[in-house]
Write a protein that binds this ligand. Structure first.
Ligand SMILES: Nc1nc2c(c(=O)[nH]1)N[C@H]1C(S)=C(S)[C@@H](COP(=O)(O)OP(=O)(O)OC[C@H]3O[C@@H](n4cnc5c(=O)[nH]c(N)nc54)[C@H](O)[C@@H]3O)O[C@H]1N2
Ligand SMILES: Nc1nc2c(c(=O)[nH]1)N[C@H]1C(S)=C(S)[C@@H](COP(=O)(O)OP(=O)(O)OC[C@H]3O[C@@H](n4cnc5c(=O)[nH]c(N)nc54)[C@H](O)[C@@H]3O)O[C@H]1N2
Ligand code: SF4
Ligand SMILES: [Mo]
Length: 716
């Protein structure tokens, strides 16, 4: 029996897992009780790493399309096929004819962290898409505009807060997002146990709302208005106390002026939240010794997501809660250094280019996935004809599945890097599967940078494999796209990745290896595998690192491996003002683009809360985005693929449905198409859902090509 301690890569909570194995079998997976951060916590998904590992539907070898079937091939054959299919399209139609989609698991793999950027460069196309634009992109934008760094999310310091106002997040199901805190529910209960208060804003009585001290059932899509109302009340009642932040903040008066019309009374109508309640929220937030506003999916992935993200932080700044223990704090993961010195930087801009068909602005080098189908379908120069997806399922996860499904079916060449044949990759010509999560090492660069404590942990691979790891797969794709051919040595790419990080350190005056000899540094790393070299470099140049000799007792990868449960370096620390990277060197509370956009929000003040229905999404503990439904241990039990309707609405709809059926209105051919043309907020009424008839959305909606081989069972 062997025991390996790893970080769970399935969601943002990064729980420590204890994996017991014998030979090539997983005997048991349970929470690692000695992990200082997760302290034994595990959710039902964590132990399914075993089921994912043994799932017969998981691809073990590359497959290429063979008519309507798939054929397993060797890796060399697979890459030859990639070159044969992809390169002629790019040669004939130019680099813009390549589309790339980067899915969510890229933030959970080293390959995604280190090799996707070279892949994007090698592709040479601006048609880059990712799951971010159906997720957290609004927070990148508001953070970029306000603090100058789109990656600096202020995290709710939930372990020390006295008051948490949480909008559109359901951590009892999803375990936290843009706030890495294993056992999020336990940490929320700890707030309550120490006399603090948790307020949940959610149109639905979610599990998290049930556990809250107060639940505010906001009208879907109106959180930005609600938050503007709270900010207005903070000004109006003289609760603003920017205090010690004041020398570092600009734009307070502009915000006060811009929010003039967003009185609690004015936003009460459209949000469905009474003015008195809104004022009380402002008072409670301001009165708490340390309080914080935290918004997630329901505040970001909505019509006014960027304004919602901005307004949440406006409330944090106005109440002096930014960069305060128990408030909204910037992370400082041990593999980085806490910036010192004067604030200021290059700032942040969007719209450096726009999408071809609809002119949407680029953000962080990406275009919104909502326009992906337009870019594939619309003829002309720059039309996407070839595609590369890595760890994603856009046909299921992005707007208008049916249309995207058809668009993907029409591509000239499509290469996917994915362990499964899913609704999207079934359209691929070649699928390149990475090894399972238990066959790779990991250091969570992404989520330790969103964590509420400063933690470091290295996960070794539980099993070895002869198959190429995902970094190697992506490196070969990089070489092909660069035109280096099938025989080029992937070390070229691995070295380039390392060079990028080494060069950055050597140029950075604050680095312990600033100005040192490059060969000497690289020589100290050469005995390690490509990914481990980067981990070692970053740990050694980070806050607690050995600085390649500067601090002989400091952290190195070797020392971290001696602590298999990980190291906890304590809670977050204040980072003002050096953390601010805007051009002005100050927090920009009133970025012009945001203030301009308030005009659009102002128009919604006249919207009524009643009379329309909206469909909102929700997550469930026993599933993971679009891709873990093959695990029978997770999907067994009661059907959870259900539509929830408020009983009052349901009764009304049922009555209306009866009337409409009696009139013969519903059920005729063409109704569906006509209805989908109408916008929901214009008051269209769908026919009554049949209550009690539980149908699986997965089997119901899955259109497109017929299933191929048993791999298709991935999604039931
Ligand atoms: N209706 C609706 N749509 C949504 C959401 C919603 O709540 N409702 N949520 C949105 C959000 S927040 C997100 S993040 C997106 C997610 O959208 P996507 O990222 O497009 O989809 P996922 O379901 O996360 O798909 C993950 C894919 O990665 C593959 N995969 C798993 N592990 C690995 C790996 O190690 N390497 C590789 N190469 N592949 C791997 C899986 O097989 C699967 O095919 O969906 C968004 N869309
Ligand atoms: N078990 C499990 N865990 C997951 C995932 C998963 O699929 N399954 N996915 C992971 C991913 S990729 C992400 S991004 C995170 C997301 O984690 P969260 O951000 O916590 O997202 P959800 O759990 O979808 O909760 C969103 C909540 O917003 C509510 N909501 C919908 N519309 C509105 C609105 O207009 N206003 C407000 N205030 N609320 C609204 C919904 O009812 C729901 O309760 O979860 C991660 N963790
Ligand atoms: S909460 Fe997330 S990280 Fe923790 S065991 Fe579950 S899936 Fe893994
Ligand atoms: Mo997400």
């Amino acid at each position: 029996m062997t025991t390996t301690f790893v970080t769970c890569p399935l969601c943002e909570a990064t729980c420590g897992l204890e994996v017991t194995s014998k030979g090539s079998d997983v005997v048991r997976i349970r929470g690692d009780r000695e992990d200082p951060f997760s302290r034994g916590f595990i959710c039902p998904k964590g132990s399914t790493l075993k089921h994912l590992h043994v799932d017969p539907d998981r691809l073990r070898a590359p497959v290429v399309r063979d008519g309507d079937d798939w054929r397993e091939v060797s890796w060399d054959e697979a890459f030859a096929e990639v070159e044969r299919l992809l390169m002629p399209v790019l040669e004939e139609h130019g680099r813009e004819s390549l589309g790339l989609y980067l899915g969510n698991p890229n933030v959970h793999t080293m390959a995604g962290q280190l090799y996707v950027i070279p892949l994007v460069f090698a592709g040479g196309s601006k048609n880059i898409f990712s799951a971010s634009t159906v997720d957290q992109m609004p927070k990148h934008v508001s953070s970029g505009l306000m603090w100058g760094d789109p990656l600096s999310f202020p995290l709710p310091d939930i372990d020390r807060t006295d008051y948490l106002l949480m909008l559109g997040a359901d951590p009892y199901e999803s375990n936290g997002s843009l706030c890495t805190a294993p056992d999020f529910p336990g940490r929320l209960e700890a707030i309550q146990a120490r006399g603090g208060k948790v307020v949940v804003v959610d149109p639905r009585r979610s599990k998290t709302a049930e556990h809250a001290d107060e639940h505010i059932a906001v009208v879907p899509g109106t959180d930005a208005l609600l938050l503007c109302g709270i900010a207005h009340a903070i000004f109006d009642e003289g609760l603003d106390e920017v205090g010690r932040l004041a020398p570092h903040v600009t734009g307070v008066d502009e915000v006060r002026e811009a929010l003039e019309e967003f009185t609690p009374e004015a936003v009460a109508g459209p949000t469905g939240v009474e003015a008195g309640t809104i004022r009380q929220l402002a008072r409670d937030l301001a009165a708490a010794p340390a309080g914080v506003v935290y918004g997630r999916i329901g505040n970001h992935t909505v019509e006014f997501g960027t304004l919602g993200a901005w307004a949440a932080d406006v409330c944090n700044v106005l109440t002096g809660n930014l960069d305060r223990p128990g408030g909204a704090m910037f992370a400082s993961p041990p593999y980085t250094r806490i910036p010192q010195g004067e604030p200021g930087g290059r700032g942040f801009a969007t719209g450096r280019w726009t999408s071809r068909v609809k002119g949407h602005p680029e953000v962080r080098g990406e275009l919104p996935v909502a326009t992906l189908a337009d870019e594939i379908e619309t003829p002309g120069d720059g039309q996407i004809r070839a595609f590369l997806s890595v760890a994603g399922n856009p046909v299921r996860s992005c707007p208008n599945s049916e249309r995207l499904d058809a668009a993907f079916a029409g591509l000239e060449a499509y290469i996917a890097v994915d362990p499964y044949i899913n609704e999207t990759t079934r359209h691929a010509d070649v699928i390149l599967p990475p090894p399972s999560a238990l066959e790779r090492s990991h250091y969570d660069f992404a989520f330790s940078a969103n964590a509420v404590r400063r933690v470091a942990k290295y996960s070794p691979a539980v099993f070895t494999t002869d198959a190429p790891d995902e970094g190697e797969i992506l490196a070969r794709l990089v070489l092909l796209l660069m035109g280096a051919g099938l025989d080029a040595d992937t070390d070229l790419v691995h070295d380039q990745v390392l060079d990028h990080f080494v060069d950055r350190e050597l140029r950075d005056e604050t680095s312990p290896i600033f100005g040192r000899d490059k060969d000497e540094i690289v020589a100290e790393l050469t005995s390690l595998a490509p990914v481990e070299r980067v981990i070692d470099l970053r740990l050694r140049t980070g806050s607690f690192g050995d600085g390649f000799g500067a601090d002989p007792d400091g952290l190195t990868l070797t020392r971290l491996r001696e602590k298999p449960h990980g190291i906890d370096y304590g809670p977050l620390v204040e980072r003002f003002p050096a953390a601010i990277c805007t051009e002005s060197g100050k927090v920009e509370l009133a970025p012009p683009s945001v203030i301009d956009d308030l005009e659009r929000l102002r128009d919604t003040l006249a919207r009524s809360a009643n009379g329309t229905l909206r469909l909102v999404g929700r997550r469930q503990l026993r599933s993971n985005n679009s891709w873990m439904h093959n695990m029978s241990v997770l999907v067994k039990g009661e059907e959870r693929c259900t539509l929830l309707v408020n009983p009052v609405d349901a009764a009304e709809l049922r009555a209306r449905g009866r009337v409409e059926r009696a009139r013969g209105v519903t059920g005729r051919k063409g109704d569906r198409a006509r209805r989908s043309d109408r916008r929901h907020d214009e008051g269209s009424r769908e026919p009554a859902p049949r209550l009690g008839s539980r149908r699986s959305a997965n089997t119901d909606e899955c259109g497109g090509r017929p299933p191929r081989r048993e791999h298709q069972r991935t999604h039931r």
